[in-house]
Design a protein around this ligand. Sequence first.
Ligand SMILES: [Fe+2]
Length: 312
Amino acid sequence: MHVGESLRDSLPVSERPAYRECALTRVGYYGHKNMMPAIGYAIREQNRFVFDDPAIDAIEITFERADDPLRVERYIGDIDVDHVSVHALKLSPGSPDPPGENYLSAIKDIALENGAESISDHLGFTRDCHDGSEMGHFAPVPPTYEALEATCRNIDVIQEYFSPLRFYLENIAYLFRLEGPLGEAEFLSELLRRTGCGWLLDVTNVYANATNFGFDGFQFIEQVMPAAGRVQMHLAGGVFDEKVNMYIDSHSHPIPDGVWDLYRHALRVAAGKVDAVFIERDQNFPDEDGWRGEARKVRAIAEEMNQPEATV
Ligand SMILES: [Fe+2]
């Protein structure tokens, strides 16, 4: 493969699957990689140098970082990995109306420029309407049938616009929950089933919510996973804030043991449908051994869980 060339593009023309078919039959398409997910980091200036590590074959671009009008070169430069995904922050699929076309097209441009095969954002809302007020953070969607309808409609618009790139929806960490007739797992499962979009399972967000609101994170993952056709994962480490008595998903510390346990469990129940796993780190950056060590551990666990006896 060459810089800027996707895995699909590297195949002889006669062997290239159609994009849609490629996305739907990815396990077979990536047969040479067995059932292993691609593994990597959300790229930051502080970790660009570790993408030469043999444990890393995926990269996640945060759209809001890459969307710089002064940038003249491709955002990921000459980094050459198998799986590139673009992570957006303001699609706000839980808003009453879909995102505006300017934002959609800017995201897709960055995705195509960097050879991405997928785009993701969060299950939440950050604004009231597409040219309305931005809150600057995700709020949880009210778990109602009306919100479910609106979110499904928005995701349909998003998926149609981004096609043939696959779209994944991430579960957020929240500091409060809204009341409604649907449980979180039920809402998310129904959304995944109706839209067919992928699940970006943020394992740390499940850990944080389970810790803060007293539910079983293992069970939550088991409940939602059957509804997900394809899966990406996020892993990160946060801190327990004694002042508010909550675990905060601050991306500031090594991945804690409780998240590693949930990650193993998620790999077990999602066997065969995990496309990529990304580590997120935004504060207290580690040294080189820290960066490389965590990616290697993510891969070692995925390899261990990829053994036939580990998933039955
Ligand atoms: Fe995340």
